[in-house]
Design a protein around this ligand. Structure first.
Ligand SMILES: Nc1nc2c(ncn2[C@@H]2O[C@H](COP(=O)(O)OP(=O)(O)OP(=O)(O)O)[C@@H](O)[C@H]2O)c(=O)[nH]1
Length: 311
């Protein structure tokens, strides 16, 4: 990050900086990122703890640039993967300008929220904003009650209630976050919405499609990679040909392979179909997707396997 950027009180100055949303699994961090950036980049899923990679989304505005670093949740590590994720969180949060602490309006503040709030003391450099998410699912009194409780946790630089679903207060949260950023020239090109590699985004779309409708224990055992791409000649000159993408889905055990593939391969066909449509939308062209399911025994605990999957 650029050390030359400076604090300023000039309200008309262009500001740019990094923000990371933290909070318990499922509080709506990825959905908020997508809603702010306006393009699907982070994986959202109703299952807890499915965001693995630090993905950046960028909100471009005439008065500033908000670079969103989407981290996996802070949680107590149980596996080597868990430890690496926590190390990633530490590295990310040590380097951002603002941390947005997300708490859902429709659930009481609990030990999980307090655990994460306490950890925020380890990142004194970052300004801290409390974001009350999912206000569409809570009553007025519940929202007020929750805001009061949030206020007792620490002196926040700001507290903002939002809904990523109805869009309520999303412009306000963007204003508030930008206001807290240092004065700085734009840090990214205007057309960029994410700096994640295209293959990584494709792999996330495949993983997301494969997660849909599977049992609770599977999310942590699924990974996807793009192995190869081949361009087919276009039928007519001046057109794009078909893009063939060869990808793998990794599970940890033989039994999980069956779950992913389904009876007679029916589930895998659905997953491939869903993922292909998403990839075509992302790339804006026709795609042929070949998906293979592979077993990589206990990959979450195996350093070599983790390396191969890009963790
Ligand atoms: N009603 C409502 N639901 C929301 C809102 N924001 C997110 N959700 C839902 O909450 C669930 C979890 O959202 P995510 O954005 O995946 O949550 P997350 O905090 O990124 O979760 P992890 O990746 O597991 O850490 C999804 O089913 C979302 O559709 C909101 O503002 N209102």
């Amino acid at each position: 990050m650029n050390e030359e950027r400076s604090e300023s009180t000039d309200a008309t100055a262009f500001r740019a900086g990094f923000v990371s949303f933290v909070g318990r699994p499922n509080v709506g961090k990825s959905t908020l990122t997508n809603a702010l950036v306006g393009e699907k980049i982070a994986i959202t899923s109703p299952k807890p703890q499915t965001t693995r990679r630090a993905i950046r989304g960028i909100l471009h505005r005439p008065d500033g640039q908000l670079i969103i670093v989407d981290t996996p949740g802070i949680h107590r590590p149980r596996t080597l993967l868990g430890e690496r994720l926590n190390a990633l969180v530490e590295a990310t949060l040590g380097d951002v300008d603002v941390i947005g602490f997300c708490v859902p309006a429709n659930e009481k503040l609990g030990p999980g929220d307090r655990f994460i709030n306490d950890r925020l003391d380890d990142f004194p450099r970052a300004k801290k904003v409390a974001i009350l998410t999912k206000v569409d699912e809570a009553s007025r009194p519940e929202i007020i009650d929750q805001l009061t409780r949030l206020g007792t946790l620490r002196e926040w630089d700001a507290v903002v209630p939002i809904s990523s679903v109805t869009g309520e207060q999303l412009d306000i949260v963007a204003d508030v976050l930008l206001d807290l950023m240092p004065e700085s020239p734009p840090l990214y090109e205007a057309e960029q919405t994410t700096d994640e590699g295209e293959d990584d985004r494709i792999a996330e779309l495949i993983r997301e499609a494969a997660l849909e409708g599977v049992r609770d224990e599977l999310p942590h055992s699924l990974a996807a990679t793009v192995d190869d791409r081949e361009e087919r000649d276009p039928k007519r000159e001046g057109e794009l040909g078909l893009l063939e993408i060869y990808a793998s889905l990794y599970v940890e055990r033989d039994s999980q392979k069956g779950i992913v593939i389904g009876k007679g391969g029916s589930r895998l066909r659905d997953v491939g179909e869903r993922a292909r449509r998403e990839i075509e939308e992302l790339l804006g062209r026709r795609v042929y997707l070949s998906l293979r399911v592979k077993v990589l025994k206990e990959w979450q605990r195996d350093p070599k396997a983790l390396g191969r999957l890009g963790f």
